[in-house]
Design a protein around this ligand. Structure first.
Ligand SMILES: *Cc1c(COP(=O)(O)O)cnc(C)c1O
Length: 393
């Protein structure tokens, strides 16, 4: 089926169990899909935009309330929808950092965070992980001291993911926030893999900024994300325009400079709002999601040679596995090479691993039911046995 010549209808979520690492938490709800169609026209949410003419003041659809609910949801003072977590990083970096400043990130940081810092004219330095691939408060403290010693200045921002995207390991964000505050450095909590799937309490963590990704973890379409701040930092990052035209003397009221007045509009915003009631409910099931993740991994490890690169037991549904000694070995002699695993999974209605990947790859079991988790586990064991790999019972 085609939408127009060259654009096929995407059917992955309808026809397959999708364990693709970055797609699981962003999978749309039926309500979001409806909103996409109904609000698809460009400036659709602007029907009832009245003075003071800003997106987050619109009452119909209830954008104003949604922004308020988002802030409460994260236990922060103010929140704005942004076009992706990355645009949240960018807004913070531009508001907080100056040319020559240093910001600390983790050595598992997402590239977009590093680019946001670079774009603001600052440099980023990495906090190393420990032997278990965890970023600790102690390591953060040491790095702050090191930067201070080397450059004679303290870092101006510390930004760390609660769960990183490479391994899905949990990092000591609370401890790091505490250290940051001892040095009076603002702490940015990167919740790209947490906001929308598990409960996040910004104040309890000690975050000055909380950033989430709508399309990664909030059942929302791209480009969406959330940037929340404490009252203290909201003033800076959500500051309003101060300039005026030299000829016309025009001013732009309460438009927020870093956000270019209005951020995400139309279908992506309303779809994010339409998913929100379910998102708010689903975070209560996080423990069970982790349980299912661990169940799958236990089964997966029955395949001889399979290894897990992430911390164990799993605390997240995103996991990096290493199958170079199992499926990777099969791939060496299989006539389809590395594609055999992809083919075999597709045949069984499972989608996710990149075509050709048989060594190190990531998967995300978020949102699968117990029946689906069991089917997924059985399918992997079956494919292993079929290809002559030993499976312990
Ligand atoms: C996915 C991801 C991002 C980028 O999120 P976008 O919403 O696509 O900008 C940033 N940081 C981490 C840790 C991520 O996993």
């Amino acid at each position: 089926m085609k939408i127009i010549e060259g654009i096929e209808v995407r059917d992955r979520e309808e026809l397959y169990l999708n364990i693709q690492p970055i797609q699981a938490g962003g999978r749309l709800t039926p309500e979001a899909r409806k909103a996409l169609i109904a609000y698809g026209d460009g400036y659709s949410v602007c029907d009832y935009c009245i003075a003071p003419f800003r997106l987050d003041h619109i009452k119909k659809p209830p954008i104003k309330d949604f922004y308020q609910e988002l802030a409460e949801f994260l236990n922060m003072d103010a929140a704005r929808v942004m076009p992706g977590a990355r645009r949240g990083f960018q807004a913070v970096a531009q508001a907080i950092l100056k040319e020559g400043d240093v910001a600390l990130v983790s050595s598992l940081a997402h590239y977009s965070l590093c680019l946001a810092i670079e774009g603001a004219g600052a440099t980023w330095k990495e906090i190393p992980v420990d032997e278990n691939n965890i970023v600790t408060a102690e390591a953060a403290k040491e790095k702050i001291e090191l930067v201070n010693k080397e450059s004679g200045q303290l870092p101006k921002l510390i930004a760390v993911s609660h769960f990183d995207y490479l391994l899905g390991n949990e990092h000591d964000v609370r401890g790091i926030a505490k250290i940051a505050h001892e040095y009076e450095i603002p702490f940015l909590y990167n919740g790209a893999y947490t906001v929308g799937v598990m409960s996040v309490d910004g104040k309890q963590i000690g975050a000055d900024f909380v950033i989430g990704s709508g399309h990664k973890s909030m059942a929302a379409p791209a480009p969406t994300g959330v940037l929340a701040a404490t009252e203290q930092y909201a003033e800076t990052v959500f500051r309003t325009t101060r300039t005026e035209g030299d000829i016309t003397r025009r001013k732009f009221g309460i438009k927020e400079t870093e956000l270019l007045g209005c951020t995400v509009m139309g279908a992506p915003l309303v779809a994010m709002m339409a998913s929100f009631p379910r998102v708010r409910e689903r975070i209560k099931n996080w423990d069970e999601e982790v349980e299912k993740s661990n169940y799958f991994i236990q089964q997966f490890l029955k395949i001889e040679g399979n290894k897990v690169a992430s911390e164990m037991p799993r605390k997240h549904t995103l996991t990096k596995v290493d199958t170079s000694d199992s499926f990777g070995k099969v791939a060496q002699t299989h006539r389809r090479r590395g594609y055999f695993l992809y083919d075999a999974l597709r045949k069984k209605g499972i989608s996710g691993p990149f075509p050709g990947a048989t060594n190190e790859w990531k998967l995300n079991t978020y949102g699968l039911s117990w029946d689906q988790i069991k089917y997924l586990s059985e399918t992997f064991l079956e494919i292993a046995e079929k290809n002559g790999i030993k499976v312990s019972k």
